[in-house]
Design a protein around this ligand. Structure first.
Ligand code: SRM
Ligand code: SF4
Length: 590
């Protein structure tokens, strides 16, 4: 097998250690294949890096850490589910695996996948094999390659643009799926399970090389031996629908149709990303820029051109500076466009004007699907599917899928949608949910909770500085109580929390963002908007959890006194400015 030439980097500095591991891995095989056969509780640091490409992270239960004791090692597995598509047999398998090998919960993620937590190393192989045999995959859910491709989760059958978004999310995901045989060799003893026919256009696009986008005679035609410098995140949406948080993605395609609903092409955004590190100004959250318009026949070449630009010029020496957002930021959009043009082989066409403003939508509750059937969006608190006391969400979902064989779409807000529901089954589904204590009417959920999100953080995430998923329910209750106290009982806004600055629950787009910065303390971000079209800004570096009310009360009172009609909390903070907010807070008497 011919290796691709080492990719050029933007700097002459030494490539990072992970670049060497990728090069030596024989296309993601080693050291994972060898270490999997060893009777150990965990993988080496080198294997852990390669394991990510297979969709798994090595973690340990941080609640169980004790001096002098080996860590309580366990694996997290993440599905690759373009557009959040989870067929019924896959759901039932995941539900069973969570009980058999995992921690009895599933977690719907902010990129429309499911995670299993708590899997022991010795059970990793049967778990992945079971997922693949149920039409699922974990290949490429983590690692330096294209991650799960997002799309609006609503299954509208009478809105062709939604169907196109789905189709192309799948096709882009297939185009950029790693081609190495490593995955099937390691987890399925070489048996390649065919989970669906690939679109022939996608197969052809993967091989086509006019302009240097593809390495011929390489096991990975698009990625080459070194894969991407860092993770790469893509989404496809329709005009007006920002359910996928388009400004946070490395690459977004927006479907453009003509007045008859026929697909013409796509508007292209690039260069969004949120991960940052505290006290390192050179790392930052960045909103994506409009780049160009592309006709539908050229879309795969354009995607390949953008991927090749990042592949060949992204920073491979400093992983904190390796995402596409830094390349675009360092070069400027014009230089980026001209480099993409070189790979694309022809001039880029200007971005098309979009009249519809992007809006955030969560699609919760019952809706007409447009073909006589219904869909139902169910809120999952912070994505955690579990049974706890009289709240039996896991049981309810399993019963519904078993009984009605329904397909699920996970949403970008850690919720799920059941699709293709025959109207006659509505009452029975409602009865199951009711019996299991699950609310199906979104109006019965506190709107702070409905629109809020938190990342997993402790105890599974090795990077967490503070609690997030486990503490956000009490934060929400306290904030609701405070809003009532200041006379804003019904007000709601978008609250997002993460246990560290990596931004997994996209807090930098929220109206009120909490980002773990020190033990029990959070950096607070303000000024985002309800539709997630504007980046928030850091207002304070450390707010101790105990000081939540003291910190927020003046801001809420100022908001109540001085907001414009219909103005949201985030937009108010953005309009009056942080100096005014600080001045008011300092002089506030309570
Ligand atoms: Fe994330 C790393 C969880 C979406 C930015 N993320 C992690 C790890 C794997 C921690 C680690 O590296 O050891 C977390 C595992 C925690 C656990 O216990 O499960 C983790 N990220 C998640 C999920 C599960 C959060 C959730 O609440 O759902 C999301 C899984 C999505 C999926 O299905 O693929 C998740 N992560 C995101 C997002 C949001 C998005 O993609 O829309 C972001 C911000 C957007 C972005 O990438 O810029 C995000 N995660 C990161 C980063 C920072 C990347 C950077 O550019 O600096 C890391 C750390 C890293 O890569 O070094 C990270
Ligand atoms: Fe872990 Fe930080 Fe991501 Fe939360 S934001 S899951 S703490 S990496």
């Amino acid at each position: 097998m011919v290796k691709s030439a080492p990719p050029p980097t933007t700097t002459t500095r030494k490539p990072s250690k992970v670049e060497g591991l990728k090069e030596d891995s024989n296309f993601l095989r080693e050291p994972v294949a060898t270490e999997l056969l060893e009777d150990t509780t965990h993988f080496s640091e080198e294997a852990v890096q390669i394991l990510k490409f297979h969709g798994s992270y090595q973690q340990d239960n941080r609640d169980n850490r004790a001096k002098g004791k080996e860590k309580d090692y366990q694996m997290m597995l993440r599905t690759r589910s373009p557009g959040g598509f989870i067929p019924p047999q896959l759901y039932l398998t995941l539900d069973k695996l969570a009980d058999e090998y995992g921690n009895h919960t599933l977690r719907a993620t902010t990129r429309q996948g499911f995670q299993l937590h708590g899997i022991l190393k010795k059970n990793l192989k049967p778990t992945i094999a079971a997922i693949v045999k149920s039409m699922g995959s974990t290949l490429g859910a983590c690692g330096d390659l294209n991650r799960n491709v997002m799309a609006p989760p609503a299954p509208f059958k009478n809105k062709p643009e939604y169907q196109y978004a789905w189709e192309y999310a799948n096709n882009i995901a297939d185009l950029l799926t790693p081609q190495t045989g490593a995955y099937y060799e390691i987890w399925l003893d070489g048996e390649k399970v065919i989970s669906g026919e690939e679109n022939p256009e996608v197969v052809a696009a993967r091989q086509k090389n006019g302009t240097g986008t593809v390495f011929h005679d390489n096991e990975e035609p698009i990625y080459g031996t070194h894969y991407m410098p860092r993770k790469f995140k893509a989404s496809v949406t329709v005009p007006g629908d920002n359910s996928i948080d388009l400004y946070t993605q490395d690459l977004t395609l927006v479907v453009i149709t003509n007045k008859d609903g026929e697909l013409q092409g796509f508007n292209v955004f690039a260069g969004g990303g949120l991960g940052r590190t505290h006290n390192k100004e050179e790392t930052f959250a960045r909103a994506a820029d409009p780049i160009c318009y592309v006709q539908k026949d050229d879309v795969y070449e354009l995607v390949k051109a953008i991927v090749a630009t990042q592949r060949d010029y992204g920073d491979r020496s400093d992983r904190r500076h390796a995402r596409l957002k830094y390349l675009i930021n360092d070069w400027g959009v014009e230089k980026f466009r001209s480099k993409v043009e070189e790979y694309f082989g022809k001039p880029l066409v200007p971005f098309k004007f979009l009249a519809k403003k992007f809006k955030y939508q969560d699609f919760l509750g019952w809706h007409e699907q447009g073909d006589g059937k219904l869909f139902l969006g169910i809120s999952i608190d912070n994505g955690r599917v579990k049974d706890e006391g009289s709240f039996q969400l896991k049981t309810a979902l399993r019963e519904i899928v078993e009984k009605f064989n329904l397909t699920m779409h996970l949403t970008p807000h850690q919720n799920l949608i059941f699709c293709d529901i025959t109207p006659e089954n509505k009452a029975e589904i409602e009865a199951i949910l009711h019996r299991c204590g699950v609310v199906s009417d979104p109006n019965n959920i506190d709107s702070l909770v409905r629109y809020g999100m938190a990342c997993p953080a402790l105890p599974t995430c090795g990077l967490a500085i503070t609690e997030s998923e486990r503490i956000i329910p009490t934060f929400m209750e306290r904030i609701r109580a405070l809003l009532k106290k200041v006379g804003l009982p019904k007000t709601h806004f978008v609250i997002r929390m993460t246990g560290c600055p990596n931004g997994c629950a996209r807090p930098y787009m929220a109206e009120l963002g909490f980002v773990g910065s020190f033990t029990e303390s959070y950096q607070v971000w303000l000024g985002g908007c309800p539709n997630q079209t504007r980046l928030a800004r850091p207002f304070t570096e450390r707010m101790h959890a105990d000081d939540l009310e003291k910190f927020l009360e003046p801001l809420f009172v100022f908001f109540k006194q001085s907001r414009k009609r219909g103005e949201s909390f985030g937009s108010f903070c953005d309009r009056v400015g942080f100096d005014a907010l600080r001045e008011f807070s300092e002089s506030y008497q309570g």
